[in-house]
Design a protein around this ligand. Structure first.
Ligand SMILES: [Zn+2]
Length: 1136
């Protein structure tokens, strides 16, 4: 510009010539700290905003008349029962208890005349515990959580008539997080807590003052949390100070409050309705309401049922008031409880589901643990979950939702895909205490290469309080911004239930307002579902966005004690899974055995099987099976499992009977051993204690099904086992495969005779019992920390003696004192070798355990070198480092295994099998099975008492292969000796005879001869031998069951299908693409379909059917060619 132009510029006339006085730069920290005064609850309370929130208040017996009925014995009566009792007068100030008790209050409420025309009336109830408001007629209206969490219920307009109105409050004497004493919620519950009812008021709310409270809160947060070098932070601070100045100048009058809100709007925009979300600017954070209700944890299952009703009735109410709210909720079991116990609330939920505002999610029965349940259990979580959602709401879930579980099995992506789900939400890995998980949104890839889109909300919580910081962190902690910057914000009170509150929604409206006004806060939207969020992600991937991949397990670097804590519960889980497998297999055979010719009234016991499964799935909840709940939960789960086992034994007995067996063989029974595994076995079996029988028999078959049992009265030298004390306190156990030397109660030498290989390193001791000090940083039942390894202590035996010295099995008993109160007795046994079947060194341990914060393990140092060990997981193998090279490697100092763990070289290896354990570690060449822990919180008595556990050392020539997989199955599925009612069988085949061992040579005495005669010519139904896989020993036929919707099986929840079908689930256990033949022998199969886990058809294979005659010894009939990817889980439906 030139000088002329400058000369012509007008000069402001209003800008004062003279300074009016000094104006200082605001000292940032002082003007920031001042903001606290406005909503202060302390010395400035009466001068600030808080007293303005309430216009009027009424309480006392004139307005709120209270009477109470306290049911006896900590019972939780129904509404009908409770309200039929006499209520006695009570008042505010009284205390109610003890912990877990229930108290029903009759509330007779009269709104004072001068409050009737107030704009907004609430009933406020607070006794620092939980409560539920019921109508006079018995409908749930609203849940309450004391301690200020959720204490108000908006009074219906009809109550403003000056007349008395009646309703009930059902008080539960527990807080949102149970009843821990003191301030530490994971400490065991105090059985004697009492709760004072301190508020039962009618309150008139000043809604404009309340709105200003939230305006000020969010603007204050913006001033604190926006970067100090942003204008947005400075403007927020100025706005907040102006609001305070205005309020002071106007003495906090209603008019002033309105002026303050006007100032707030400069920063927030108009945030008084859900229309704040209507702007068409792109939002990158999707807020979704959620209520995490731990199905049991610091409270028992029975309380959860009420938590569900309390929480979800509130959500229905909140959705009506805040139309932008979308609420999602998982766990079919909780819906089922609501349906059973609170039908009118369930109807309310159902209506909202139909509208799309209440959204079932997750697809599983409960939010289960994924480390410990078997593969089949993981599948059934979805089968039972998805079928429930489909039957009640007409829709399946598309997103697996599991925010709070302690690590994620490597096969989950595959199982999700098989259950109709392509995406997965979690966030627990943000708790890792060693390494920071590097992704927010990524493709998670299973062992078989199946993938799902995984999202971990960057706000790193599933119980967000919907604060400014949560929204801000949705970008600042987002780790996948290179690929996609969108994210989910999962908000709502949780763990103990609750869900979103109106406060959360008020805050979020303001956050959105701030985003639109300033642009600095990530823009949030409500009104979409989690599914909508994932749909958008999926679309992006379809259109070329390449998400980062993560292969294999999502190992959680915390809570490693949960593989071991509450041993009894874990043992019950394993046993129940095995029992269910047998029941479904045998009951299936019993319902398809047309060839028997006889008419039978036997029906597939679908209801009982469903009940058993639902119970087992329930106990797999992520605080139950992992062992992180209070003692009451384990009292409950013990009862649940006892019921499962009682029903299960009966079902097994019924199925066996239908197949022509006596479950309890009597003297004179024709004995057989029942092999429910789909391959041939040769084993020594313990015979029932019947006078005429020897202790052991030899069971052998060429395939699955019924096995011949022979006496072993005078065996060959080849299958003798022997034991002797070779030197003082040094014993030698020997069979045809191994020489085992036990010194001082530990195995100091294990020599493989044919491999000419010593397995125990020189000077080392296997099967050595060790104990560690076990004090994690905080979470006792959950965690074991790496430093515990330094406290290793070897236990020395007090007595070693030969306890069994027969030709077929030898045993050494070892008694070891752990402390004054605890001991362990182990029995190391070596069986005779049967043919060339590989044998194992078996150990049975009985433990009396009364320790405090100790960890009991058993060690197996082996002369094997490998930087990786293998662990059985669901439907496959996880390989993990045996070294501590990096922090990621070291973090896996304690890991989860199922039936076996293995350390192998190319030419030789050792597997450790177990019958009920899940914790393991391999460090260098030391394999360590975790046996028992002794945490004192949240269950003060966790694992105290008697335990029984079996484990085995299974050395093998060559690398890890299917021999280990099969041996571990066999170790967990002992043969069942049953009597046979041969005359009931019409179609039969004769039992095979062992060709290598002529029968007459084995006959040693007359009783044995009698036994042999009894087993000869036993006719068994051929159906027991029919289902198996040929040509691929790595393919495991894991589950055999009837089709869920077969017309003779269906319970009608979903449409029945014509005809009978058999479902066969097969997986590759070793990790190799394989071809095999699934055969059904002589069964008349009309069609074969490959189906998914929900039994939807994928591909017809009927044209692949073929004759299998002569493919393996004793095989005839038909089958179908199958081909599986490495570690694939494949399900086939045989149509009969
Ligand atoms: Zn949880």
């Amino acid at each position: 510009m030139g000088g002329d132009a400058n000369r012509n510029m007008p000069v402001s006339k209003d800008y004062p010539q003279l300074a009016a006085g000094p104006v200082g730069k605001q000292i940032h920290s002082i003007y920031q700290s001042r903001l606290r005064q406005f909503t202060d609850g302390g010395q400035y309370r009466e001068q600030g905003l808080l007293p303005k929130l309430t216009d009027a208040r009424a309480n006392g017996s004139d307005w709120v008349k209270l009477s109470v009925y306290s049911p006896p014995d900590l019972s939780r009566p129904t509404f009908k029962d409770a309200t039929s009792h006499k209520f006695k007068p009570t008042k505010v100030g009284e205390s109610f208890g003890p912990s877990w008790s229930t108290h029903w209050f009759k509330v007779q409420l009269t709104v004072p005349k001068d409050m009737c025309d107030k704009e907004h009336l609430e009933f406020v109830w607070d006794a620092n515990n939980e409560g539920m408001i019921w109508t006079e007629k018995g409908d749930v209206v609203h849940g309450l959580t004391g301690g200020g969490e959720r204490t108000e219920w908006i009074l219906p307009k009809a109550f403003r008539d000056g007349k008395e109105h009646l309703f009930y409050v059902e008080m539960a004497c527990n807080g949102m997080f149970g009843n821990a004493a003191g301030g530490d919620s994971i400490q065991p519950p105090d059985p004697n807590r009492y709760f004072q009812l301190h508020t039962a008021d009618i309150v008139a709310v000043n809604l404009e003052a309340r709105a200003l409270y939230f305006d000020f809160w969010e603007i204050g947060d913006a001033s604190r949390e926006f970067p100090g070098d942003s204008w947005e932070a400075h403007q927020a601070q100025q706005t907040a100070n102006r609001i305070m100045d205005t309020f002071i100048a106007g003495n906090g009058s209603n008019k002033t409050i309105a002026e303050c809100r006007k100032i707030a709007r400069e920063y927030l925009g108009d945030v008084d309705t859900h229309k704040v979300y209507d702007s068409d600017k792109e939002a990158i954070v999707t807020g979704i309401g959620y209520c995490h209700i731990d199905t049991c944890w610091l409270w028992p299952f029975a309380e959860t049922k009420r938590k569900v009703a309390r929480s979800w009735s509130n959500q229905c109410d909140l959705i009506d008031r805040y139309p932008e709210l979308r609420f999602c909720c998982s766990q079919a079991q909780q819906y089922k409880w609501l349906e059973q116990y609170y039908p009118s609330t369930f109807d309310r939920v159902k209506k909202k589901v139909k509208e799309g505002t209440f959204q079932p999610i997750g697809g599983s029965w409960v939010e289960h643990d994924t480390n410990l349940p078997s593969g089949e259990s993981l599948i059934r979580q979805f089968v039972y979950g998805q079928r429930y959602f489909e039957s009640r709401f007409g829709q399946r879930c598309r997103t697996f939702w599991l925010p709070d579980t302690f690590g994620y099995s490597t096969q989950l992506p595959q199982i999700c895909r098989l259950a109709g789900m392509t995406r997965f939400l979690t966030q627990k890995l943000s708790w890792n205490n060693i390494n920071n998980f590097p992704h927010t949104t990524f493709n998670w890839v299973a062992l078989d290469n199946s993938q799902v889109i995984c999202h971990m909300p960057p706000s790193e919580t599933y119980t967000a309080e919907a604060d400014f910081g949560d929204v801000k962190r949705s970008v600042s902690q987002h780790k996948s911004l290179d690929q996609d910057h969108s994210s989910l914000l999962v908000f709502g009170k949780g763990d103990g239930g609750g869900g979103p509150t109106w406060q959360h929604l008020e805050k979020l409206r303001r956050c959105r307002g701030i985003s639109d006004k300033t642009g600095l806060l990530p823009r949030l939207k409500l009104g979409d579902s989690a599914d909508d969020f994932f749909d958008r992600l999926e679309k992006k991937v379809e259109n070329g966005t390449e998400l980062v991949t993560w292969y294999g397990e999502l190992y959680f670097e915390l809570h490693r004690g949960t593989y071991t804590t509450q041993a009894n519960n874990k043992r019950n889980n394993r046993k129940a899974e095995i029992l269910l497998r047998d029941i479904e297999y045998l009951a299936t055979l019993a319902t398809i055995k047309d060839s028997f010719g006889k008419k039978s009234s036997y029906k597939y016991p679908k209801k009982d099987i469903d009940d058993m499964w639902e119970n087992v799935l329930l106990c797999q909840f992520h605080d139950c099976l992992p062992g992180s709940s209070i003692e009451m939960c384990y009292d409950d789960s013990d009862e649940i499992y006892a019921k499962v086992f009682t029903t299960g034994e009966q079902l097994l007995c019924d199925a066996l009977s239908e197949l022509g067996f006596d479950d309890e063989p009597k003297a004179g029974s024709k004995l057989t051993a029942l092999n429910t595994l789909p391959w041939a076995r040769s084993e020594l079996v313990k015979l029932p204690a019947i006078a005429s029988l020897p202790t052991y028999g030899l069971a052998h078959s060429n395939g699955p099904g019924v096995m011949e049992v022979r006496p072993l009265a005078s065996p060959y030298s080849a299958n003798i086992a022997s034991i002797k004390e070779v030197r003082p306190n040094v014993y030698e156990l020997r069979n045809a495969q191994y020489v085992v030397e036990v010194s001082d109660g530990a195995i100091t030498s294990l020599y493989d005779i044919s491999a000419e290989r010593e397995i125990i390193p020189k000077g080392k001791k296997a099967a050595q019992i060790v104990v560690f000090d076990d004090k994690p940083l905080y979470w006792q039942a959950w965690d074991v920390e790496v430093y515990h390894l330094a406290s290793r202590e070897e236990l020395q035996p007090s007595k070693v003696s030969i306890s069994e010295d027969g030709p077929h099995r030898v045993s050494l008993s070892i008694e070891t004192k752990i402390s004054e109160k605890s001991w362990i007795k182990t029995v190391i046994s070596l069986p005779a070798v049967i043919g060339n079947a590989p044998s194992a060194i078996e150990i049975e341990a009985e433990v009396e355990w009364h320790e405090t914060m100790k960890f009991l393990k058993v060690e197996f140092p082996v002369d094997i070198t490998n930087t990786e060990a293998s662990y059985e997981t669901q439907f496959g193998i996880v390989r993990r480092p045996t070294h501590y090279n990096t922090t990621w490697d070291m973090a896996k100092f304690e890991v989860c295994c199922h039936k076996w763990a293995d350390l192998s070289e190319a030419t030789y290896g050792v597997s450790i099998l177990n019958d009920s354990k899940y914790g393991f570690a391999v460090a260098g060449n030391v394999m360590r099975l975790s046996v028992l822990r002794a945490p004192k919180a949240p269950d003060a008595h966790a694992d105290m008492g008697r335990h029984n556990v079996r484990y085995a050392i299974f050395p093998h020539k060559g690398p890890l292969d299917e021999k280990t997989v099969r041996k571990a199955f066999e170790f967990n599925n002992p043969l069942r000796i049953v009597g046979h009612k041969s005359d009931t069988a019409t179609s039969a085949r004769q039992l095979p005879i062992l060709p290598s061992q002529p029968l007459e040579n084995q006959v040693g005495n007359s009783s044995a001869r009698g036994c042999i005669e009894s087993i000869l010519n036993v006719n068994v139904p051929s159906i027991l031998t029919s289902l198996r896989i040929l040509g691929a020993p790595n393919l495991i036929l894991d589950t055999v069951k009837r089709g869920e919707d077969d017309e003779d099986v269906s319970r009608g929840e979903l449409p029945a299908k014509k005809g009978k079908s058999v479902i066969c689930r097969v997986y590759d256990a070793m990790g190799g693409k394989s071809k095999g033949v699934l055969t059904w022998g002589g069964l008349k199969v009309k069609s074969v379909w490959k189906v998914n886990a929900l039994e939807d058809e994928i591909e017809e294979l009927s044209s692949q059917m073929l004759d299998v005659e002569g493919r393996e010894e004793g095989v005839s009939g038909q089958g179908v060619r199958i081909e599986l990817r490495a570690f694939e889980v494949a399900t086939y439906r045989l149509g009969l």
